[in-house]
Design a protein around this ligand. Structure first.
Ligand code: BGC
Length: 453
């Protein structure tokens, strides 16, 4: 029997991007530099030392890009605001020109019937705040709130969906533990502090949001990236290793937000680097949220390995599986599983898939005006089916945002990894909708029915 993949009529079908990855012109109109500007301009940090100076030039071409979203038939768009465009020094004076850019973008989206979903922090901390300790300084929770309030006052009359942070795990793991992302620190003692201050900033902002007029029509949540962990075997060592990996990546953020506690495994993992946090902080972090954004790309299989600190696990490659260009295993069943797990563990919150997608090698230029990307088509087909499976199991799933609208600046990988539904020729900035973009449009147009084919 063929399955019915029809989605609800009010389901949000979107695409997602982030400021530093697409905008370009990072210091235009009075904007202050971010840690990503500094990191990418420091030789040796990114692929071929590439920076986001031009990226997709979306800062100047946003109208064309919104027209593409409309052509795809999407009714939602998730983007992030660059803090330094609003507060060039991170705190203090507001830069009206920065606000004006996002205000124009929101108006353009609304004109096309596309619902904006604004992320306040997608990794581009103002450089001046990093000089004051960045996420290691407790004061950052207040700095972040002042910036958030400014955005709610500016756009709260038109934007109904707000997310505080994008992927606190990546910010901490990449920025403070492995050092592969800005600000490029590698320090076991810093990682838990950065994570905790991110969560404090989130909680304080949620609380502050409730007393603004933006809360009359608006909703607030957070986006986390979840990666289900599977044991390589049923040995007690592998099961323990899997539990630690899950606590570190998934529950470290969800437990404090929904339950007001950190998973016990974190003390085991961080040892003497794990501080005791005040009860008051935990109360602040666990403010009720209106929805949860989940970014899903892959799963990991874990095996105990005493030498791989601090988790004492090693990922086990899956040679018989399909891999994307970022070497992530294609494993759609884990998406259904993680949605069901979140729903059961954390009280059935309304969920949006805020990112899902795949990097594959696409040629730098369109051939005969076309870009065929069958592997990405297949990735979306399988993952959208997995999303529908979760819906059928009763998960309160309200929307899906494909990552990404455009090929863009993939952080330390520079422009070497292409995730777009729309191809970007970086030499000319020409956009070409790939076959995956056309496919996504047909899924949206049929409200999912085409997924049964
Ligand atoms: C991030 C994006 C990134 C994507 C693909 C997510 O971790 O939010 O900024 O481009 O994954 O790596």
């Amino acid at each position: 029997m063929t399955k019915d993949f029809r989605f609800p009529d009010n389901f949000l079908w979107g695409t997602a991007t982030s400021a530093y990855q697409i905008e370009g012109s990072p210091t235009a109109d009075g904007a202050g530099r971010s840690i990503w500007h500094r990191f990418s301009h420091t030789p040796g940090n990114t692929w071929l030392d590439q920076t986001g100076d031009i990226a997709c030039d979306h800062y100047r071409r946003y109208k064309d890009d919104v027209a593409i979203m409309a052509e795809l038939g999407t009714n939602a768009y998730r983007f992030s605001v660059s803090w330094g465009r609003i507060y060039p020094e991170g705190i203090g004076a507001v830069n009206k020109k920065g606000i004006d850019f996002y205000s124009r973008l929101v108006d353009e989206l609304l004109k096309r019937g596309i619902k904006p979903n604004v992320t306040l922090y997608h990794w581009d901390l103002p450089e001046t705040l990093d000089d004051r300790g960045g996420w290691l300084n407790r004061d950052i929770a207040e700095w972040f709130c002042d910036y958030a309030v400014t955005m709610w006052e500016a756009l709260g009359d038109r934007v109904e969906m707000w997310s505080t942070l994008n992927e606190p795990w990546v910010i901490t793991d990449g920025g403070y533990l492995s050092g592969v992302l800005a600000p490029g620190h590698s320090n076991l003692f810093e990682a838990p502090i950065a994570a905790h201050n991110l969560l404090r900033a989130h909680g304080l902002a949620v609380d502050r949001f409730r007393s603004t007029s933006a809360a009359k029509t608006g909703k607030i949540g957070i986006t986390v990236n979840l990666e289900p962990k599977y044991p390589a075997s049923q040995s007690p060592e592998d099961l323990e290793a899997t539990r630690r990996a899950d606590a570190y990546m998934n529950r470290q953020y969800l437990d404090p937000i929904f339950k007001g506690t950190y998973p016990g495994e974190l003390r085991e993992i961080f040892g003497e680097a794990w501080p005791d946090w005040p009860e008051e902080d935990m109360r602040q972090i666990s403010q009720p949220i209106d929805f949860l954004g989940i970014n899903y790309y892959t799963r990991k299989v874990e095996r105990y390995h005493p030498d791989f600190l601090p988790l004492k696990t090693k990922h086990v490659p899956q040679p018989e599986s399909f891999m994307t260009d970022t070497h992530w295993e294609v494993y759609p069943a884990a998406l259904t599983r993680v949605l069901e797990w979140v729903s059961q563990q954390y009280g059935k919150p309304p969920i949006y898939i805020t990112e899902n997608g795949a990097a594959y090698y696409d040629p730098p230029q369109a051939i005969d005006g076309k870009i065929e990307d069958p592997l990405r088509v297949e990735y979306f087909r399988q993952h959208l089916r997995a999303v529908h499976d979760a819906l059928r199991q009763g998960v309160d799933l309200r929307g899906y945002y494909a990552w990404s609208l455009l090929d863009n600046y993939e952080w330390s990988h520079g422009y070497s990894k292409r995730f777009g539904l729309v191809h970007v020729d970086y030499a000319t900035q020409k956009r070409t909708i790939k076959s995956s973009g056309r496919y996504y449009a047909s899924v949206i147009g049929s409200k999912g029915e085409i997924l049964s084919k």
